[in-house]
Design a protein around this ligand. Structure first.
Ligand SMILES: Nc1nc2c(c(=O)[nH]1)N(C=O)[C@@H](CNc1ccc(C(=O)N[C@@H](CCC(=O)O)C(=O)O)cc1)CN2
Ligand SMILES: Nc1ncnc2c1ncn2[C@@H]1O[C@H](COP(=O)(O)OP(=O)(O)OP(=O)(O)O)[C@@H](O)[C@H]1O
Length: 229
């Protein structure tokens, strides 16, 4: 038992009580604390916006999505070459397109052929950060969480230096709305060094704001078929 009569943790060595609430001035404003009612409102709003944006995206003609995918791949090729001085041998994570997301698979192939390590994100544990496994044109994909095709468990795991994050919605200040699992935020919160994160989506998915919450991580860049915002 601890010598402190107020300490019922049974542990030794604390110089302060485990809960510091008594030492914090009652008028202290914690900028990271969230009003739970407001957080609930934001989550409800996001749910409705995700449904609207996903339906709008699927309603885009296939030819429009294809043209946008080509334009985004062109932008990305230029960004990788001109702005990031990315050299072959470096690790880039992409994504296998689902639900009308821009299809960057031709660019994945091109990057692989140019000597990049191309990887794909995998939900190996629910509510945990994503992991990334190497993809090549020979990779025999298996079905992962949500039925998303992913490299098999024996594919090498890598740490991407650049991570493409597909988005459902985006705002000009660099925030992204995904499918609501929080996977990219959890991943960017723990990966060190943090990858250069590039959001990928359609120009029409722009929102004035996503009402950023403390867990939302701003992306380094957002690319749409219309170019840099
Ligand atoms: N093509 C592609 N691959 C990707 C992603 C992506 O956005 N696009 N991801 C990007 O992160 C990861 C998968 N993201 C997922 C996000 C949500 C759920 C999911 O089960 N969502 C629940 C709702 C969750 C909630 O509302 O709390 C559901 O729809 O039932 C699954 C996977 C990894 N691979
Ligand atoms: N770093 C984190 N640690 C723990 N939980 C987190 C973290 N980041 C996000 N979450 C949780 O994930 C949930 C969904 O977050 P959010 O609305 O930002 O999803 P999203 O960015 O649209 O999803 P995704 O990244 O999977 O596409 C939130 O309820 C949040 O609490």
């Amino acid at each position: 038992m601890s010598d402190d009569p107020d300490d019922d943790t049974g542990r030794k060595g604390f110089t302060s009580p485990p809960c510091l609430a008594a030492e914090i001035a009652p008028d202290y404003f914690d900028p990271l604390a969230v009003d739970p009612e407001q957080a609930r409102d934001v989550m409800r709003w996001r749910k409705a916006e995700r449904a609207r944006l996903r339906a709008e995206r699927l309603a885009l003609p296939v030819s429009t999505r294809q043209a946008a995918s080509l334009a985004i791949a062109g932008q990305l090729r230029q960004v990788l070459r001109d702005h990031l001085a990315v050299a072959p041998g470096r690790a880039v994570s992409a994504y296998w397109p689902i639900k009308g997301e821009p299809d960057l698979r031709p660019l994945m192939l091109e990057l692989h052929q140019a000597g990049f390590n191309v990887a794909l994100p995998i939900v190996e544990t629910k509510h945990a950060p994503l992991i990334f496994r190497v993809w090549t044109p020979e990779t025999r994909m298996v079905r992962g969480d949500w039925n998303i095709p992913v490299p098999p468990p024996e594919a090498d795991q890598i740490h991407p230096e650049i991570a493409l994050a597909p988005l459902v919605g985006w705002s000009e200040d660099g925030y992204r709305l995904g499918y609501g699992g929080g996977y990219f935020d959890r991943t960017l919160a723990v990966l060190r060094p943090r990858p250069f994160a590039i959001g990928i989506g359609y120009a029409s998915a722009r929102l004035a704001t996503i009402f950023p919450q403390p867990h939302d991580i701003r992306l380094d860049l957002i690319l749409t078929e219309a170019g840099l915002p």
